[in-house]
Every structure is written in structure tokens, then in C-alpha cells.
Design a protein around this ligand. Structure first.
Ligand code: TYD
Length: 207
């Protein structure tokens, strides 16, 4: 079936504010039927896989972790994203395949090629039209977040060098997919950042 809707993903390291802006964009575009979703998760089955993935008390190997992310993504794409796009909706997703490139490919070290292979189904059938990469170094987002409540899932409790490796992974994804990935430099003022999101989408004729 022909895809009629627009698929926008938000990516970046922990605490860069992408979720806030993804939700704000979905609210702004709600009249035209935009929906907000997230990964890991998005459907009841994928949310169950999320519980395994982020649990601090379960030990998962790098390869198993990468495969679980790929499985929850296929489930999410087949049951939510693709049907919504076919119905002409705008789908806004907080994290998607580039998080797998950054976290599993780079930080866990399984490699970008392996990630793309495991995600072959969505690579062929459900890639974003545009990806907004919130480009902020982990050290800077941790500094900005200081004093606020910090959750501790299995990824958030990783050390700073892990998050720095994720950052390098996002930069590599941006190098590999220059047509799709746009860098957004987050400003301390949220409205300024949101304006940058809107400008990037307008420049591509997507809104
Ligand atoms: P989430 O709680 O949504 O993180 P955030 O609030 O920072 O957006 O996601 C849980 C974690 O899953 C997050 O630390 C990043 C990680 N993750 C991967 O390692 N690979 C992936 O493919 C995805 C989608 C997320």
C-alpha cells in the first residue's frame, strides 16, 4: 500500500529534551491527525519488551539486546507506524533505528552493519522521512539536568564514556544518512529550540 503520511523521528542522547519537543510537535500537528509514539514501546507487545530492555535487574547480552530492540521495532512498525502512515497520518516517534545504531552499534560495540542487518525489515519497509538529531554532548545535558530528578534505568545508569560512545554513534548515523538526518542544536530556551525544529521541517516542505 502507498504511504501517504509523514514519518518524523527524534533522536539524541539522554536528557537532551527531544521527548518534550516530539510531544509538543504532535500537539501542534494534532489537527492533521499527528500521533506521538515512542521506542522502545509503542504497542502493548513492544511495551512488554521495553520492560525487559530497561530493567536494571535483568542482565542481557549486547547481541540479545540488539535483537530485542529490532523485534520490538518490527512489531511497532507493523502494528502502529505503517498502518498510521498508510492512513495518511503524521507519525512522530521518540527514538527509532538511529538509537540502535548509537547504543547497540557503537556503545555496546556490535557495529553499525550488524544493527542494519538486524533491522533489515524496517530498513526496507519503514524508514523515517526525516530524523531530528538533538546534538548535545552528554556532559552538557547532565550539567543542565543537575538538580532535577534523574531516573535510573539500565541505560541511564551507564557511565559517561558509554553515553559519549552513543553520541559518537549518532554523529556516525548523521554522516551515513545525510539526506534524512538533520542536526538540531538545543538552546537553553525551549521555545528557541522548538522554533529550530519547525524551521527544519518547513525547509523540507514537511509542515
Ligand atoms: P527511554 O526511556 O525512552 O529514553 P529517553 O527518556 O532517554 O528517551 O528509552 C530507554 C533507553 O533505551 C534509552 O536509554 C535508550 C535506549 N535505546 C537503545 O539502546 N536502543 C534503541 O534502539 C532504542 C530505541 C532505545
Amino acid at each position: 500500500m502507498e504511504r501517504k503520511g509523514i514519518f518524523i523521528t527524534f533522536e539524541g542522547c539522554e536528557g537532551v529534551g527531544k521527548s518534550t519537543h516530539a510531544k509538543r510537535l504532535a500537539a501542534l500537528l494534532s489537527e492533521r491527525g499527528a500521533i506521538f509514539t515512542r521506542e522502545p514501546g509503542g504497542t502493548p507487545v513492544a511495551e512488554k519488551i521495553r520492560e525487559i530492555l530497561i530493567s536494571d535487574s535483568l542482565d542481557v547480552s549486547a547481541e540479545t539486546e540488539a535483537e530485542l530492540f529490532a523485534v520490538q521495532r518490527r512489531e511497532h512498525a507493523d502494528n502502529l507506524i505503517i498502518p498510521a502512515l498508510n492512513a495518511g497520518k503524521t507519525v512522530i516517534c521518540d527514538r527509532y533505528i538511529d538509537s540502535s545504531i548509537a547504543y547497540q552499534g557503537f556503545a555496546r560495540g556490535i557495529g553499525v552493519e550488524r544493527v542494519l542487518l538486524l533491522n533489515d525489515y524496517v530498513v526496507r519497509n519503514c524508514m523515517p522521512d526525516v530524523t531530528l538529531f538533538f546534538d548535545m554532548l552528554p556532559a552538557e545535558s547532565f550539567r543542565r539536568k543537575k538538580g532535577s530528578v534523574i531516573e535510573h534505568d539500565r541505560f541511564e545508569s551507564e557511565k559517561e564514556d558509554f553515553h559519549m560512545a552513543c553520541y559518537r554513534g549518532f554523529c556516525e548515523a548523521a554522516r551515513l544518512f545525510p539526506e534524512r538526518i538533520v542536526r538540531i542544536i538545543p538552546d537553553a530556551d525551549k521555545d528557541v529550540t522548538f522554533e529550530r525544529v519547525l524551521v527544519a521541517l518547513k525547509q523540507r516542505g514537511l509542515i
